[in-house]
Design a protein around this ligand. Structure first.
Ligand SMILES: [Zn+2]
Ligand SMILES: [Zn+2]
Length: 356
């Protein structure tokens, strides 16, 4: 812990950079008084002489209340007026963080007595810019999804109708049970599924690492104003860690797959089965259902119908539209509408065109 000699400025005559070792100003000869602040130039060198080191380590100066002169800690009476030391005030000692060490008289005046690193709060402008970007993006989406209104004319119809023809058939099936209405024909043991069964354990090795304190290192953590013209470097220690790894063994379970068997049935059952799907599709305005001649044990099911209309705008651009059957039936070729069209040309609604 090195000791360095500080400086002080004489408040009486204005002499600057007086060495810390002097208790009296070499220019005006007046003693340094209570309230003087010491500072440490950046290039202050370490003191090595025995006399200086014992002065520095003796303790802080005390100030005579009779004549306001500074005296070394070892003096029991004032070296200027001879008054007893008694309970006279002592120069305050201070510890400075590295960045807070006063390097000039001015810094020594304004440096707080217990310097603490100031937390720096940064108000980001980025947040405001990001907000602006979000707003403009939202505006763009709004423009893109706004549907447009286009005058159109009905130019073509189309429709499609279909039914499914089903037949009641006897089927032969297999399963893990016989459903209601089924007649069992036979049964056998058959593979059903695999079960995972614990077979044995395998010893495996894995690496485990820990941060272990291996020692400590010292670093400069500031300087202490000893209150007598000298400053002492402050040394702090911090722990040093190293990653230490070792191998650990553990038991890994190993499973085997065991097949499980169950009774599988073969059975007969009657079911409705789709055998065809007659469909009519045409581009006119007179929809029909397919005419079907049903045989024995046959029926129709699941009728489906679709209706669409082609709408044409003034540039002959065609839009497909699929209204419900009632609206479709009432449309006429050449009829005019205002179509609400999405950005990807889907007709969302039809409104009767305004009279010209
Ligand atoms: Zn002076
Ligand atoms: Zn005195």
């Amino acid at each position: 812990m090195s000791i360095r000699e500080g400086l002080w400025d004489c408040p009486a005559c204005g002499a600057k950079g007086v060495l810390g070792r002097y208790h009296d100003c070499p220019s005006c000869n007046l003693p340094r008084a209570d309230g003087v602040r010491f500072y440490l130039p950046k290039d202050a060198s370490e003191i090595t002489s025995f006399v200086q080191i014992s002065d520095a380590t003796a303790g802080a100066d005390w100030y005579c209340q009779h004549c306001d002169s500074g005296n070394t800690a070892t003096a029991s009476a004032c070296q200027h007026c001879g008054a007893n030391r008694e309970n006279n005030p002592v120069h305050q000692t201070r510890t400075y963080a590295p960045e807070a060490i006063p390097h000039s008289a001015k810094e020594a005046e304004i440096t707080p007595e217990t310097p603490l690193p100031q937390p720096r709060k940064k108000l980001g402008k980025g947040k405001i810019i990001a907000g602006g970007l979000t707003l403009s993006t939202g505006f763009g989406i709004y423009l893109a999804v706004t549907p447009s209104h286009i005058p159109v004319t009905v130019s073509e119809f189309a429709w499609e109708r279909s039914v499914v023809v089903e037949e009641y058939k006897t089927l032969r099936k297999t399963g893990w049970d016989v459903p209601q209405g089924g007649r069992a024909l036979g049964q056998k043991r058959a593979f059903h599924h695999y079960d995972s069964v614990l077979d044995h354990y395998e010893q495996r090795t894995q690496q485990v690492c820990d941060n272990v304190q291996t020692g400590s290192s010292t670093y400069n953590c500031g300087s202490r104003d000893l209150g007598n013209g000298y400053f002492q470097d402050q040394t702090c220690t911090r722990p040093e860690y190293q990653q230490v790894c070792h191998n650990e063994t553990y038991q890994q379970p190993v499973y085997r797959q065991e097949p499980r068997y169950a009774t599988e049935y073969t059975f007969e059952i009657e079911q409705w089965v789709a055998i065809s799907q007659p469909t009519i599709a045409r581009q006119d305005h007179t929809p029909l259902w397919p005419k079907i001649k049903l045989g024995d044990k046959q029926r129709t099911a699941r009728p489906k119908e679709r209706y669409s209309v082609t709408l044409t705008d003034k540039d002959d651009k065609a839009y497909a539209y699929a209204p419900d059957f009632k609206l479709w039936q009432n449309l006429k070729i050449g009829q005019r509408f205002t179509a609400t069209v999405s950005h990807d040309d889907e007709v969302l609604a039809l409104e009767p065109a305004e009279q010209p």
